[in-house]
Design a protein around this ligand. Sequence first.
Ligand SMILES: Nc1ncnc2c1ncn2[C@@H]1O[C@H](COP(=O)(O)OP(=O)(O)OP(=O)(O)O)[C@@H](O)[C@H]1O
Ligand SMILES: [Mg+2]
Length: 162
Amino acid sequence: MVRITSYSAGQTESFGEQLATLLKAGSIVAFEGELTAGKTTMIRGICRGLQVRQPVQSPTFTLVNEYQGRLPVYHLDCYRERRKQEWLALGIEDYLYGEGITLIEWADAIRDLLPQSSIRVIMNHLMVEENCREIYFQAIPNIEVQIRQAIRTGLTDEHSRD
Ligand SMILES: Nc1ncnc2c1ncn2[C@@H]1O[C@H](COP(=O)(O)OP(=O)(O)OP(=O)(O)O)[C@@H](O)[C@H]1O
Ligand SMILES: [Mg+2]
């Protein structure tokens, strides 16, 4: 598990941009965490890192947004549709095992459908300060090492607080 604290929306976006350097065709990032924790904000940063030019918004009603960056990007949101059967009927496996990168908000609903290789991101408000967020990254061990390195680069680049 990699734990970081974000002190602003901009910093969360930067963490996303750094994470994007690790993503390849077939990568899956599964986000969990309460309302306004910053899931879409980090996804915006990931998309910036992937050279997506379209606006990035939670597909709360449409369930899936597709963007084109250096790879196709599938942005899914399970907030309104938590039934696994419905996601299977929608063809979620084509996204998960396709040629693009899949980014999923409220992914706890479909956790059983996700492969072991998925990167799990858990985001929550930290009550100490309005703009503070606690972010955990969980992945297979060698990917966690890469995440730690990528995020550290982000910190030294512009957001180091020490
Ligand atoms: N450190 C921070 N990281 C991310 N967002 C922050 C931070 N501090 C403040 N914010 C603000 O919190 C809000 C996060 O909204 P965002 O849509 O990214 O959350 P979300 O987790 O996707 O919410 P939802 O569950 O509704 O989809 C934004 O208004 C953002 O500006
Ligand atoms: Mg959102």
